[in-house]
Design a protein around this ligand. Structure first.
Ligand code: HEM
Length: 437
């Protein structure tokens, strides 16, 4: 098979002992691996995807300083990887050579997001299917009407506080907090344990706090929740998980609770914020949504295509060397699936203006690793956004769109802040919607 002129093996990466593509001599700058981290990438990820795509359907990249990976750049390559997992590609990071050799810096965000853990996300084969089935079966029991009611109640509480703030921000004061509170409610957490979980997670993200202590507190709260539900089962996800025929141990329960809460919160925060921005600033949506012609769900579809909340993830590892469309891929090196690059692949027939109702995007991944909760994610995001639009009519951005900043990082796509204004006469009461718990 012929190698493309710009395939991975033709690249000369920057000097580093952890570089997977051989010992590189000093390379001309233009031949350096493109970073998928840092300010330049975050400012315009699509420009980087386009440059990577010009190199091939899968291209080598710098994941973090001195940490290397491959990344898919086309829709077809992303699907190829996802459909050939686990026959050709594996998920367990024990196959990550640089990690095994201790070459991934301890403070690298890549380590935090890609290290081995005993949960469904990182295991392969029977261990994955067993834990995944416990999760998917339990999530299937969630009553979406009750979920929508819970989201509306939580959204209304947050908005009641937000309308009284001097500088309201739909990320900091709404989208950041809502999904976590909703998931804690879904898990049937009593107030004290809910506070313990939220507090410990906040400490984990606060670099001034003791991370090991925060982690121990978090696990202790999940263990307490598990024991509570083993003794007093209720109508909630924790109780369905403990009752599942997979018979999860306490340790497995802790890890799966943390996975679902972790997997469900940041992506929903980003989807809500990304869609709100579209609704506020894009006339195609704002006019239509307020007149009821074009539903919020179309704005969600648009965001899931154009700006997927998880932009690059699902790192996979080869069992042995593999050639895909002429690109030689080595084992031991993570291959990230770029959901964002796949969705923006110019080879796709459906143009950007024909995306409403089209759910062929890869924002929720695909295959045996696909997100088990796309419908719940939509209920959470759609209900939350509808509450904002109902409570805060005539919402406008309180800065120029060019002043908004994207969250830094490789894996998630969202905004750090969405400062807004609205007429202060907006009613501040709550608007209960149908359904009850
Ligand atoms: C907009 C919101 C969401 C998006 C865009 C999203 C997207 C994704 C993606 C792309 C993956 C694959 C990750 C990988 O393989 O590395 C995934 C996995 C997962 N998601 Fe979601 N997700 C969302 C919301 C949720 C929610 C609300 C839950 C739970 C209630 C959830 C639970 C999970 C779990 C447990 C996995 C791991 C599945 C496995 O490895 O078998 N997600 N999600």
């Amino acid at each position: 098979m012929t190698m493309p002129p710009h395939g991975p093996t033709s690249y000369r990466p920057p000097t580093s002992s952890s570089c997977p593509y051989g010992t590189p001599p000093s390379a001309p700058v233009s031949n350096r691996l493109l970073p998928i981290h840092g300010a330049e990438f975050s400012a315009d990820p699509r420009a980087t995807y386009a440059r990577l795509r010009a190199q091939g359907p899968i291209a080598p990249c710098e994941l973090d300083r001195g940490v290397y990976a491959y990344i898919t750049t086309t829709y077809r390559a992303a699907l190829y990887l996802l459909r050939n997992t686990p026959t050709v590609f594996l998920k367990n990071p024990v196959h990550w050579q640089a990690l095994r050799k201790g070459q991934v810096p301890a403070d690298s965000p890549a380590l935090m997001m890609m290290q081995p853990r005993q949960n469904a996300l990182w295991l392969d084969g029977g261990a994955h299917s067993r834990l995944r089935s416990a999760i998917t079966d339990s999530l299937e029991w969630v009553d979406t009407h009750a979920l929508a009611a819970s989201v509306a109640r939580i959204a209304d509480d947050l908005l009641t506080r937000l309308v009284n703030l001097e500088r309201p921000d739909l990320v900091a004061d709404f989208a950041d907090a809502l999904p976590m509170q909703v998931l804690i409610d879904m898990f049937g957490c009593p107030l004290d344990l809910g506070h313990a979980i939220v507090g410990a997670i906040a400490k984990l993200f606060d670099t001034t706090q003791d991370a090991a202590q925060a982690n121990a507190d978090l696990e202790a709260a999940c263990l307490a929740l598990t024991r509570l539900k083993r003794d007093h089962p209720g109508y909630d996800v924790t109780s369905w998980l403990v009752a599942h025929p997979a018979r999860l141990t306490d340790e497995e329960m802790i890890q799966q609770i943390l996975l679902v809460i972790g997997a469900g919160t940041t992506p929903c925060t980003n989807l809500i914020a990304n869609a709100l921005l579209l609704l506020i600033t894009d006339d195609r949506f704002s006019g239509d949504v307020h007149t009821g012609v074009r539903p919020v769900s179309h704005a969600l579809d648009q965001v899931l295509w154009e700006d997927p909340p998880i932009s690059n993830y699902c790192p996979l590892y080869l069992r042995e060397e593999h050639i895909y469309e002429g690109v030689r891929l080595l084992p031991g090196v993570p291959i990230l699936v770029s959901f964002a690059a796949a969705n923006s692949d110019p080879a796709l027939a459906a143009g950007a203006d024909r995306r409403a109702g089209n759910r062929a995007h890869l924002a929720f991944s695909a295959g045996i690793r696909a997100c088990p909760a796309p419908d719940l994610a939509r209920v959470i995001s759609e209900t939350a956004i509808e509450r904002v639009l109902d409570r805060l009519p005539d919402l406008a951005l309180n800065c120029s769109p060019s002043q908004l900043m994207r969250r830094p990082g490789t894996f998630h796509s969202g905004w750090t802040h969405l400062p807004v204004t609205f007429p202060r006469t907006a009613p501040a009461g709550t608007y209960p919607i149908g359904g009850s718990r």
